[in-house]
Design a binder for this molecule. Sequence first.
Ligand SMILES: CC(C)(COP(=O)(O)OP(=O)(O)OC[C@H]1O[C@@H](n2cnc3c(N)ncnc32)[C@H](O)[C@@H]1OP(=O)(O)O)[C@@H](O)C(=O)NCCC(=O)NCCS
Length: 188
Amino acid sequence: MKTPTLETDRLTLRPVSIDDAPAIQKHFNNWNIIKHLSMVVPWPYPDDGAEAFLRDVSLPEMAAGKAHTWGVLIKGEPDEIVGLVEYTEGKASGGNRGFWLAEEFWGNGYMSEAITGVQDFLFFKLGIESMIVVNAKTNARSRRVKEKTGARFIGDGTLEHRSGENEVEKWEVTRESWAKFRNKGIQP
Ligand SMILES: CC(C)(COP(=O)(O)OP(=O)(O)OC[C@H]1O[C@@H](n2cnc3c(N)ncnc32)[C@H](O)[C@@H]1OP(=O)(O)O)[C@@H](O)C(=O)NCCC(=O)NCCS
């Protein structure tokens, strides 16, 4: 399915395009964001990091129908993306998800709102059954987003992060648990 634009109360989640590279470069090139991510993300962040990510990874995966990557826009703010939410298909795990938001906007509930919109799409429209999501143990903000978006803690694991931390918490969200969390019943 083609990645749709999603609307929530305060946000627009728009499929990324190559034109978003300058905004991503500006907001993502920040140690306070990248230290919480896996070693897949280069640091120091290259000058063409955002463009290379979109051109070589994100856009080809979206074109192949293997991933959905949304840019996060805040209604009432300038028309530029200030964060990303990515969902990548995975046969064994049901798929993976990653997210980040520009530091100046943290703590307003924006990412929890974005994830709510994305999970409505993934579970109720795309029809996936489940998804495993992880965060570094020290990443309290990311843990809180999971707690606020219906994820169930399923155990510890390891994944090398830019910060040097290896211990992660693993969480699962299923269509059924998300439907209960949303108190809507499972959508057709
Ligand atoms: C994780 C991230 C996306 C959260 O975005 P956000 O819009 O601030 O998230 P929300 O406001 O929806 O939720 C954050 C929660 O963490 C809480 N929080 C903030 N600082 C905290 C702290 N130091 N310790 C614990 N919780 C904290 C907030 O109070 C909020 O919870 P609340 O609504 O119950 O009060 C953002 O911090 C970020 O981009 N971090 C760097 C990248 C990253 O970590 N990505 C995820 C990798 S797994």
